[in-house]
Ligand binder design. Structure first.
Ligand SMILES: Cc1cc2nc3c(=O)[nH]c(=O)nc-3n(C[C@H](O)[C@H](O)[C@H](O)COP(=O)(O)OP(=O)(O)OC[C@H]3O[C@@H](n4cnc5c(N)ncnc54)[C@H](O)[C@@H]3O)c2cc1C
Length: 351
């Protein structure tokens, strides 16, 4: 039997951040993932957008989470000798008078240090900029690369295993640990970081998962020189050479990973409202974001079976929130701090 301190089920953004954090604290971690080709993390654009929505709201605890995430990704980059995280300028273009008005009302009071207004905002031959906008510094994580280098780093140390865990039949509990005989594994605790799949995990059946399907396009746009991420209802982000990504949709129905003609049409038509160049669709993907009612991440040990943990609910904010939240959860596992009430698993399990 391979003995570890923590088994982590799921190597998406959540499980990956938690695994690195626990390893850096000296724990023996073994991570298990079923290696599906399409997951929420694998298709995510990895954007960290400081100010979002029609009402121009500053992302929750941005001043704490963004510097923390930046340090975290830099340290994993160093450890794996790779580059996958960048702080980069983002352009927000207004599409209505209402947005211009929100900006006038809020920019001086709510985010005076976060924005600037370059002159010109962007090339008017390329973008519709007549209603104005602003620039902000956000972040972009190359999520597939971050997940891939992590998996290879862990594999080379025998800390990673491809496995589909059955949360009922695979687990045997002993007084102070949990065993997975089918996989020859034993650990003090097993932490489920399964994303939306946890809605089918019987240990967490009362958690109010909602899920939100997102679709994303890869586009070829010859002649486009813009390297900033451009937001106007949807976003357009440079990927490599003349390839860009655009997205994403956000829908509560038909929660599956099937790209739809309606999703493609929605992105293309919203893009054509601000981009004046022709685009060619190269790729189209869809997945389901793990949203839990209340829209905050949820974590903790199971009140009835404390060898089992849960770390999930990162919705659209996995790139920004998982590093800080993994650190917070590790502090809780070590008994150093109390769990923030709003993030507490047991409240969602109705215990
Ligand atoms: C179209 C789209 C665009 C997005 N864009 C952004 C963005 O720009 N910025 C951002 O921050 N976020 C974005 N997100 C959201 C972000 O991707 C999520 O916050 C994040 O993926 C959640 O990660 P996770 O690890 O919780 O879940 P997942 O990514 O779903 O990972 C769970 C992993 O666990 C594995 N697994 C599940 N059950 C088992 C089991 N029983 N045994 C073994 N393995 C198992 C799965 O195969 C998967 O690999 C986007 C999402 C979508 C769909």
């Amino acid at each position: 039997m391979i003995q570890s301190d923590y088994l982590i089920v799921g190597q998406g953004l959540a499980g990956t951040a938690l695994a690195w954090t626990l390893i850096k604290r000296g724990y023996r971690v073994h991570i298990l993932d079923r290696c599906e080709p399409i997951t929420s993390s694998k298709i995510a654009a990895g954007l960290i957008t400081p100010i979002t929505g029609l009402r121009l709201v500053v992302s929750w605890r941005l001043d704490e989470f963004l510097p923390f995430a930046t340090r975290f990704y830099r340290s994993v980059e160093q450890q794996t000798d790779t580059h996958f995280f960048e702080l980069k300028p983002m352009l927000r273009l207004f599409s209505s008078e209402q947005e211009q008005e929100q900006y006038r009302e809020r920019s001086q009071t709510h985010f005076p240090e976060l924005v600037s207004v370059p002159e010109p905002l962007a090339d008017p031959e390329t973008f519709e900029i007549s209603r104005g906008g602003f620039e902000m510094i956000g972040g972009q994580l190359d999520v597939p690369l971050y997940l891939d280098v992590t998996r290879r780093y862990f594999e080379s140390r025998s800390w990673f295993q491809q496995a589909e865990i059955d949360p009922v039949n695979d687990l045997e509990f002993q007084a102070t640990n949990v065993r997975l005989p089918r996989w020859n594994l034993q650990a003090d605790k097993i932490i489920f970081c399964e994303g939306i799949h946890s809605q089918h995990n019987p240990w967490f059946r009362t958690i109010p998962f909602e899920g939100a399907k997102g679709e994303i396009l890869t586009l070829k746009i010859p002649g486009l020189k813009e390297r900033r991420v451009v937001h106007r209802g949807i976003w357009l982000a440079h990927w490599k050479e003349d390839l860009y990504r655009a997205g994403s949709t956000y829908h509560r129905e038909q929660l599956d990973c099937e790209p739809t003609p309606a999703g493609r049409e929605e992105i293309c038509s919203r893009l054509s409202e601000f981009l004046k160049l022709p685009v060619e669709v190269i790729d189209h993907r869809a997945a389901v974001r793990p949203v839990i009612r209340g829209r905050l991440p949820i974590m903790g040990l199971h009140p009835e079976q404390p060898q089992i943990g849960f770390f999930n609910g990162f919705a659209s904010k996995g790139s920004l929130q998982t590093p800080w939240m993994a650190d917070h959860f590790s502090d809780i596992l070590e008994g150093k701090v109390p769990l923030e009430k709003q993030l507490d698993l047991s409240r969602k399990l109705n215990f």
